[in-house]
Design a binder for this molecule. Structure first.
Ligand SMILES: [Zn+2]
Length: 284
């Protein structure tokens, strides 16, 4: 692999130092004549697309909430029309986050599960994991992601939960407080890949935005879309409710990027930086 100094490519990340649960925008400058550009992070490949106007390739990396805090390498590999290969690397430090602790009380029937319910919960978890490991080659999202409901954050991302005195899992999304019946909007363009009633999540909608990016909307009172529907940013997916394991109406909003559980607010921040829109030429 040869990195040519003159036609050399450069790689940058935003933010420059990441935290557990962060989303990083990776940018590489280079000529439009590259026939392929992609990145690699932590042993996984991620796609990059070209913005014609500013001559920059962009891609997204999700840093899972339990990523080991250390320095990682981001590598970008480009191939030109004459099959010459260019590469550039960048170190990315991932810092540990103290997500905090939340203690809550729930009815024992929602916590101490019988064998049959446990089997259901495990099956649902496996189904979602399998879904999040699938990556659509096509990118459906455009630059800015939006908040699905306007509401105060009642439970933040990553909180370590102690339920009825026992340590349980970390909170993998954010809970947005809203009145029952409030419209829940699609964060970005996507395809509805799941509409179902799940034990913990209640009535749930999941959108596939392409490139391994998924958004999920849980505890709905009703879902107003069907699996297979294509939706645009801001489309009404359903209504806020309190179905599943929930004590008051709210929306649990979660984001996955190539399987990584990331803070939805980190994605909102990146959206304002990214220049990618679907009008731009995408090379692959
Ligand atoms: Zn939640």
């Amino acid at each position: 692999m040869a990195a040519l100094a003159e036609n050399g490519i450069r790689v940058e990340s935003f933010p420059k130092v990441a935290k557990q649960g962060d989303v990083c925008l990776v940018r590489t400058s280079g000529p439009a004549s590259f026939k392929s550009v992609y990145g690699e992070f932590n042993g996984e490949r991620f796609p990059m697309a070209f913005n014609n106007e500013i001559g920059i390739y962009e891609g997204l990396i999700g840093i899972d909430m339990i990523t080991l805090p250390r320095t990682y390498e981001i590598e970008v590999i480009a191939t030109d029309d004459e099959n010459r290969v260019y590469s550039a690397a960048l170190s990315l430090r991932v810092e540990k986050v103290d997500f905090g602790i939340q203690a809550l009380s729930l009815p024992p029937s929602m916590v101490d599960l019988d064998a049959k319910t446990l089997e259901r919960v495990n099956q649902e978890a496996r189904r979602l994991e399998a879904l999040f490991q699938t990556s659509r080659g096509e990118r459906l999202w455009e630059n800015v992601f939006i908040l699905p409901v306007e509401g105060e954050v009642s439970t933040g991302f990553g909180l370590n939960r102690i339920i009825n005195g026992q340590q349980r899992s970390q909170h993998t999304g954010v809970d947005l407080q809203a009145e029952k019946g409030t419209s829940v909007l699609a964060s970005n363009h996507g395809v509805v890949v799941l509409v179902d009633e799940l034990f913990f999540s209640g009535k749930s909608v999941i959108l596939d935005h392409g490139w391994g990016l998924y958004s999920m909307y849980f505890h709905l009172s009703e879902a107003l879309v069907r699996e297979g529907n294509r939706v645009r940013t801001g489309a009404i997916l359903g209504r806020v409710g309190s179905t599943g394991r929930s004590t008051a109406p709210h929306l649990h909003w979660g984001i996955r990027i190539n399987g990584a559980r990331v803070d939805p607010f980190a994605l909102l921040k990146i959206g304002t930086l990214s220049t990618l829109t679907n009008n731009l030429r995408q090379k692959d």
